[in-house]
Write a protein that binds this ligand. Structure first.
Ligand SMILES: Nc1nc2c(c(=O)[nH]1)N[C@H]1C(S)=C(S)[C@@H](COP(=O)(O)O)O[C@H]1N2
Ligand SMILES: [Mo]
Length: 207
């Protein structure tokens, strides 16, 4: 394949309004949290099927079944990174271990410092959604979300918290951190759902 062909191939994979980024910039709000293994736990709580809270220590979480997904990252500020291989625990594995109650419709994914992002259960449960511990075979670095970040390839990247600590199953939608601060409740990059003022009735809870 020639250079221009591969470039065209890459451009064809870009959602509207996005540009290709070489390398991997660091984008987040606030400081990079310090990882303290003895205090870290991953929690699934809220409307679980058994009504219980499910917790994993870092050691336990690291021992969960590992899989990989090749996927792109689209930042709402318009850069996209294509074709990264994310490795970690698929959301499907986690949902098998800690299933949601039958009437759960949405999840809130919680990270350090109270950062959060909401999404539909169907987006969370997508076969390409993964709690990544690795990128391209290497452990994530602190600034990219070590020890665990969520990757939901078909949504804008703010829907993938770095430094994830838990998942809350919800019976109704609620806005997360950026969804309360001007970003679109759904965040589909292919239809450029960037800002909350673009929302249609039914796209999200009232601001
Ligand atoms: N905890 C947390 N996760 C976050 C963010 C954040 O501010 N806090 N920013 C999001 C945004 S807007 C983007 S584009 C990606 C960037 O990931 P990167 O820094 O690894 O490129 O992280 C997402 N995850
Ligand atoms: Mo972003």
């Amino acid at each position: 394949m020639g250079q221009s062909e591969s470039r065209e191939g890459e451009l064809a994979q870009l959602p509207p309004g996005q540009r290709l980024q070489r390398g991997w910039p660091v984008t987040h709000y606030g400081p990079v949290p310090k990882f303290r293994q003895e205090r870290w736990e991953f929690r699934v709580f809220g409307a679980t099927a058994d009504g219980e809270k499910h917790c994993w220590t870092h050691e336990e979480f690291s021992a969960l079944p590992y899989s990989t997904v090749v996927a792109d990252l689209h930042c709402v500020t318009k850069f996209s990174m294509l074709g990264a291989e994310w490795g970690g625990v698929s959301t499907g594995v986690l949902m098998d271990l800690a299933p949601p109650a039958p009437d759960v419709t949405h999840v809130m994914v919680w990270a350090e410092y109270g950062f959060s992002s909401n999404m539909r259960l169907s987006d969370f449960a997508s076969s390409t959604s993964i709690f990544a511990t690795h990128k391209d075979g290497e452990l994530l670095t602190a600034e990219h979300g070590f020890p665990v970040r969520l990757v939901v390839p078909h949504l804008y990247a703010w829907k993938g918290p770095k430094w994830v600590r838990g998942v809350e199953y919800m019976r109704a939608d609620r806005r997360g951190f950026w969804e309360e601060r001007g970003y679109h409740n759904l965040g589909d990059p292919w239809s450029e759902q960037r800002y909350s003022y673009q929302e249609e009735p039914g796209d999200g809870p009232e601001l």
